[in-house]
Ligand binder design. Structure first.
Ligand code: ZN
Length: 286
């Protein structure tokens, strides 16, 4: 099954339904960090909701960062997204796993903070905050959308891993847009109950077919299909820029001490190594 996100407007543009499936992107993200299946499931849900939010960014140049800092075993989970649902991320404890009988929510924990930073080319980025309450990602993010973005969202998210393989990762989200009436809202909420078991829904069907099955009778207007992707934006040039920002003095002191500067990308694990000559050349370019 390919990774895909489908969006459709309902009720003459007064509501929007999004359904997506991204097991390949999630598996790639988990593989790069050598995650356990338990860690990967929590991480994949955060990547998944980040892909959904990134797809809602107005411009391809806009970016967002989602940080889930819970009290659970996973520690901090960071995910970044760009327009077009390109995501990348990492977590503090990729080796964390659940004990027998322990709830998956123990990964995130029962308290903590969700922070969302959206850089939309304005002078100041948008910052929103939410609370980790249940540690299940789904209801915690529904709470974030409601309280911080004032966007009541019926949200379903899930992810399943087995021996490093992602069997399922995706979700569904329905939002009421301006002009959505009380009756339409009730219909929307009612239909969204069918997505409670999003795991088996996406295992047995595609996002487009699910929208068609549950919302087809409302003449959905489909928006262009999006392909979620795990994509790191690191490069040697970008890393060199970071070293430059550090300043010559600081850079040279590391060279003297270690013989070279190694910068490992947190998102994909790739290592960029700079020796004395590289550093010398870098600062001569100015
Ligand atoms: Zn990278």
């Amino acid at each position: 099954m390919k990774d895909v996100m489908n969006k459709a407007l309902l009720f003459d543009g007064r509501a929007m339904i999004t359904v997506w499936s991204m097991p390949r992107a999630a598996e790639e993200g988990a593989r790069l960090h050598g995650m356990t299946d338990d860690a990967a499931e929590a991480y994949a849900k955060v990547l998944s909701v980040t892909a959904y939010m990134a797809a809602g960014l107005k411009s391809e140049k806009d970016r967002l960062t989602v940080i889930v800092e819970g009290s659970g075993k996973a520690g901090r989970i960071v995910a970044c997204g760009e327009g077009g649902a390109k995501v990348r991320g990492y977590m503090s404890n990729p080796q964390a796993s659940l004990r027998a009988g322990e709830q998956p929510s123990a990964m995130i924990g029962g308290e903590g903070v969700i922070s969302v930073i959206k850089d939309m080319g304005m002078e100041q980025p948008y910052r929103g905050y939410g609370k980790v309450v249940k540690g299940d990602i789904t209801s915690d993010f529904a709470g974030y959308f409601l309280l911080s973005e004032q966007t009541p969202t019926a949200l379903a998210l899930d992810a399943q891993f087995e021996n490093g393989k992602c069997l399922m990762c995706g979700g569904a989200a329905a939002v009421a847009l301006p002009g959505c009436g009380e009756e339409q809202l009730i219909v929307l909420e009612d239909i969204m109950r069918n997505f409670t078991d999003i795991r088996s829904a996406l295992e047995n069907s595609t996002p487009r077919a699910l929208i068609e099955e549950h919302f087809g009778h409302f003449d959905p207007v489909y928006l262009p299909e999006i392909t979620p992707l795990y994509k790191c934006t690191c490069s040697r040039a970008r890393t060199a820029g970071m070293i430059k920002a550090m300043g010559r003095k600081e850079a040279m002191s590391i060279i003297v001490e270690c013989g070279r500067i190694d910068v490992k990308c947190e998102f994909c694990g790739k290592n960029y190594s700079f020796n004395a000559q590289d550093i010398d050349k870098l600062f001569k370019e100015e």
